[in-house]
Design a binder for this molecule. Structure first.
Ligand code: HEC
Ligand code: HEC
Ligand code: HEC
Ligand code: HEC
Ligand code: HEC
Ligand code: HEC
Ligand code: HEC
Ligand code: HEC
Ligand code: HEC
Ligand code: HEC
Length: 337
């Protein structure tokens, strides 16, 4: 692609050429493009079948105008930071050349920049997408496609003044270590509106560690909305998202624990953070088991512990010391091994 050859551009290019490899090529490139792929690899493969579909969908069609008019300054001559940042993201893939981005790419979101440039950078003569209007008019022109697995209109985070694409995503200044152009790391981002949930991750002694090992809020939730309660993701087999990572709990077991067979991990575990070891819903294992295996509770599920279980004896209170295969067993119907 022919780059702008004006005096300004020449100077800027020279400056970039010198600074580029050391200052920009390394960190920026690494931050914006590589991690975008890593988490996908780290995250459970089974539960994220769809991204490929989205990636093929939006095409950036208009490349012609600026290529046809090579004269005149480049946006990046005056907005070096924005251009450099953008060059390493998917919005410029295949079109950026050494941190330089053709005006046509900038114009897909900012509209025709001719008047702005002629006005010497007149702020009033260029469009800056912002808020729900920016999201609807700009982002959805490309991201609202029939192949999109997500409805950008429905669901809990559908575009509104309070929550829209640009509350969570930042095109030019996204969080360096967060993939997908997120404005902030997820724990921080989501805490802006869901402080109760994020607090349990931060403060409870037993919790999933968000931000580590590819574990994110979005490992379990589809942030753009998904049919069903809590917008929970599902594995490709339609199961709870937990099994994408804890596949060993799936079985199949010859003797599946009745309640695990239902597949609802959260009947026994807190998904976020918990005060109880193993993120159990109850402080002691016995309390948990007795909720179903008890003659006292009205709705007894499963068998009652045989009479030799003396529940006042501490020996019997930690049920899983004997019923070790609590999620299911291939050898023992009583889940003892
Ligand atoms: C995918 C859409 C998109 C593309 C492509 C894009 N921008 Fe932006 N730009 C935005 C949005 C949205 C904002 C508002 C601030 C934000 O979200 O980062 C913005 C803000 C800006 C600002 C204002 C800075 C600020 O912090 O308010 C400048 C300057 C700018 N862009 C220049 C450029 C240049 C130069 C290019 C091409 C190299 C470009 N943009 C390409 C979407 C885009
Ligand atoms: C000759 C230098 C120059 C060129 C070339 C230039 N701009 Fe600007 N641009 C400016 C100046 C100066 C401002 C005002 C900055 C300020 O007030 O903070 C500005 C502001 C902006 C803003 C912010 C508007 C707002 O409402 O805050 C955007 C977006 C923008 N430019 C995009 C572009 C795009 C896209 C191009 C290429 C089509 C471009 N600029 C080319 C100088 C330039
Ligand atoms: C001209 C078309 C176009 C416009 C307008 C556009 N995008 Fe994109 N966007 C793309 C393409 C193409 C990709 C790369 C394929 C993909 O990941 O879906 C992409 C990728 C993305 C990604 C994923 C980046 C990654 O590293 O995984 C995010 C997030 C995104 N866009 C947000 C936005 C937001 C927010 C806006 C509105 C300011 C916007 N886009 C406007 C075409 C566009
Ligand atoms: C509540 C916050 C939030 C809102 C609002 C939001 N996103 Fe996202 N988006 C995310 C998060 C978090 C991810 C990372 C998901 C992951 O890791 O799979 C993401 C990922 C993406 C991706 C890349 C992966 C994919 O799913 O294809 C694109 C493209 C994208 N968002 C576009 C948009 C657009 C367009 C809008 C506005 C209609 C929008 N997002 C609104 C939080 C949000
Ligand atoms: C390990 C999977 C997992 C992770 C990671 C996760 N969630 Fe959840 N989340 C769930 C499940 C499962 C529910 C449903 C809980 C229920 O029905 O009792 C839920 C429920 C919610 C709800 C609905 C209200 C409530 O508390 O029941 C919100 C809001 C929420 N999560 C936000 C978040 C945020 C923000 C993050 C990241 C900081 C996050 N979640 C991380 C699995 C997860
Ligand atoms: C700007 C505010 C905002 C941000 C940021 C935000 N959310 Fe939400 N979220 C909302 C609103 C508003 C609702 C709808 C509440 C309702 O329906 O009661 C919601 C609802 C939810 C629900 C519950 C859906 C249901 O079915 O009840 C989950 C889960 C959720 N958000 C997860 C997340 C995650 C994960 C993030 C970070 C990636 C996030 N949110 C970031 C505002 C936000
Ligand atoms: C993205 C992968 C992932 C998903 C999805 C996931 N987990 Fe986890 N889980 C982990 C990792 C990794 C750990 C180890 C603790 C840590 O570093 O967060 C863990 C730890 C646990 C522990 C505690 C183990 C211990 O020894 O203390 C329990 C219980 C658990 N997860 C249950 C669940 C449930 C229930 C769900 C679904 C609501 C779920 N997990 C979804 C990755 C995941
Ligand atoms: C009937 C209650 C119950 C259900 C349902 C249940 N668990 Fe557990 N889980 C437990 C108990 C009790 C422990 C602690 C065992 C111990 O004390 O060693 C545990 C421990 C764990 C651990 C940490 C120790 C280990 O074995 O790796 C993980 C991870 C876990 N469960 C994941 C899951 C997942 C995923 C699901 C859903 C498929 C699930 N659990 C469903 C009761 C349950
Ligand atoms: C949500 C209710 C529920 C909870 C909580 C629960 N169970 Fe169960 N359990 C069942 C059901 C249902 C069965 C299957 C009964 C059947 O197939 O007849 C079962 C089966 C069993 C069996 C096999 C014997 C049998 O009746 O088939 C043992 C042993 C057992 N559970 C122990 C435990 C222990 C130990 C805990 C606590 C860690 C626990 N259960 C927690 C519902 C529960
Ligand atoms: C010291 C070891 C031990 C501990 C601790 C223990 N169990 Fe058992 N449990 C057994 C044995 C052994 C059997 C099998 C008895 C048989 O085959 O007749 C059994 C059987 C069961 C059964 C199945 C009864 C049936 O009809 O199939 C249930 C339910 C049960 N236990 C629940 C519990 C609960 C709940 C706890 C914790 C309060 C617990 N157990 C603690 C050893 C233990």
């Amino acid at each position: 692609m022919s780059l702008k050859q004006t005096a300004i551009a020449g100077l800027v290019t020279l400056a970039l050429g010198l600074a580029g490899p050391k200052l920009l090529g390394g960190p920026l490139q690494g931050q914006s493009s590589k991690p975008a792929d890593d988490p996908k690899a780290a995250a459970p493969a089974a539960q994220q079948p769809a991204p490929a579909a989205t990636q093929t969908a939006p095409a950036a069609p208009q490349t012609a105008p600026a290529e046809a008019a090579p004269a005149g300054p480049a946006c990046g001559d005056c907005h070096a930071d924005q251009a450099k940042g953008l060059a390493s993201t998917r919005h410029a893939w295949g079109k950026a050349h050494k941190n330089e981005v053709p005006n046509s790419v900038c114009e897909t979101c900012h509209g025709d920049g001719k008047a702005h440039i002629e006005g010497g950078g007149d702020k009033e003569k260029i469009y800056k997408p912002a808020g729900v209007e920016g999201a609807n008019k700009t982002c959805l022109t490309c991201h609202d496609t029939p192949t999109d697995r997500i409805s950008r209109h429905g669901g809990m985070h559908a575009n509104s003044a309070a929550v829209n694409c640009l509350t969570c995503h930042s095109i030019h200044s996204s969080a360096p270590r967060s993939p997908h152009l997120l404005a902030q790391p997820q724990l921080t981002l989501c805490s802006n509106c869901h402080s109760t949930q994020t607090a349990t991750f931060r403060n409870k002694p037993y919790a999933h560690h968000i931000g580590r090992a590819g574990l994110e809020c979005s490992s379990c939730h589809e942030p753009h909305g998904r049919p069903g309660k809590n917008a929970l993701r599902a594995t490709s087999a339609g199961e709870v998202p937990c099994l994408g990572c804890h596949a060993d709990k799936r079985g199949p077991f010859v003797f599946q624990h009745g309640s695990v067979a239902i597949g609802e991990c959260i009947t026994c575990h807190e998904p976020h953070g918990s005060s109880n070891a193993k993120m159990l819903k109850r402080a002691t294992v016995m309390q948990l088991c007795i909720e179903c295996h008890s003659p006292i509770t009205g709705t007894t599920l499963g068998a009652q512990p045989p009479s030799f279980h003396n529940l006042t004896d501490p020996r019997f209170q930690n049920c899983t010391t004997c019923h070790v295969a609590i999620h299911g067993s291939n050898r023992d119907p009583q889940l003892l091994k």
